[in-house]
Design a protein around this ligand. Sequence first.
Ligand SMILES: [Zn+2]
Ligand SMILES: [Zn+2]
Length: 189
Amino acid sequence: MTDEALTIDDEILARARIHAREVVDEHGLELDLDAIEWAVSGRARRRAGLCRWDADREVATIVLARRAYERYEWAEFAAVVRHELVHAWEFQRFGESGHGERFQELAARLEAPRRCRSFAEPRYVLRCRGDDCDWRATRHRASEPVRTPGRYRCGDCGGALEVEHVDSGRTWNAASGYGGAKAALGEDW
Ligand SMILES: [Zn+2]
Ligand SMILES: [Zn+2]
């Protein structure tokens, strides 16, 4: 892990903890923050956050996605933190958590999103390169058209296709471009 990544993770954890303290104080929430563990995932690509429960230790672990922190404004990320705090509260009090009525009531009070946020924009966008065509489609996986767009044509106008790797903004329109982008991005692919 690079020093920079370490710094960002420290920043995420520090801000999340401070926010959690504010939320507990502001709402008089019966939540034992000392019994919550925090972690940052540098790999998560879909879920902005999650909360795990270790029933034996009675410890809730909130895992926050670095990519979500980098992509969101703080207000949006803070809402993710509150959502996971609701899960932690349910775990601590009831030993289980979902998105049921009890969850929704507290989530509404804390102005937290009702569902676990997915920040997964699809990983790839396929689009037509035709001048007057705005056909596009999104893909989560490197499907055949993503890997070899040169072998496919736009279903609307017959134009050539282009693929964009959303995270990096890299684009290609042939198999060689796909390979090149993949090689260049390495771990960030
Ligand atoms: Zn959730
Ligand atoms: Zn087209």
